[in-house]
Design a protein around this ligand. Sequence first.
Ligand code: SAM
Length: 273
Amino acid sequence: MTTPGELWLREYHDRKPDSQSVLIEAGRVVGDGRTSYDVFAERVGNARRVVDLGCGDGALLATFARQGAENLAGIDLSAGELELAAQRPELRAAQLKQGRAQELPFADKTFDAVVSHMTLMLMADLEQVVAEAARVLAPRGVFAAVVGGDGAIGATEVFFELAKPRFDAVPEERKPRIDGDRRTRSAEGFDEFLAPVGFEPVAWEQIVVDFAAPPERVWATCCETLYPASTLDDAQLAELRAEFAEATRGLMTDDGILPAAVRLNIARTRLAE
Ligand SMILES: C[S@@+](CC[C@H](N)C(=O)[O-])C[C@H]1O[C@@H](n2cnc3c(N)ncnc32)[C@H](O)[C@@H]1O
């Protein structure tokens, strides 16, 4: 059954369908120089049949297509996101479904990899999500996810600190109702919900995604990254922006770039033999 958190996310993403991919494509993984979509798809390896849970506008699936995957599928709560995904030339033949990752509309044992980028940590009922993943995976199939929630660096950290009291003060009825599960923040947490349905212990890798840019660009990135920012009114945003400018002035490089980054984690496993 659709949760209030899912209804909130669906409405948000219908309003701002490509915000996530624009943001991710502006970031570069430190020490690699590519986007987190590219690095993640490479870590998953050369799976031919791939399904993306919370596929958004299809940016990750398009990356898998460019890497040689042939049978692509995605599911997302938001029709707006899926419309954009359907317009990608790489996804002309993909199965793009509106629905919940907890109830996959796909046959048993039909994928080599079930993937999810920056979405699993928003979901309710992870036991059900991974039971569905195990059902649609072929023997020894891969389950892999990129998750956030591991902290920010530079101006992004400053933004989080300044914004938190304002987010906390948003009246309950206007707060974003994100489901989420703290177990997605550690390898042990992942194993807790993955092992019972037959997955091996996860391989865990932290990546740092660099969003350094001119201050107005970093400000926009921070606002788009955090769902609660969408609940602040214009006056609150203006006040926060002034404080952010003041607090980050000392971080700026001589050429006007503001250092900013976030830590993400990649969890990878496969069905045990
Ligand atoms: C932060 S965005 C990430 C989009 C995409 N994975 C990316 O990284 O570009 C989260 C997406 O997950 C979708 N989503 C959240 N919970 C979901 C669920 N339970 N089932 C399917 N989609 C979900 C939202 O609609 C939204 O498009």
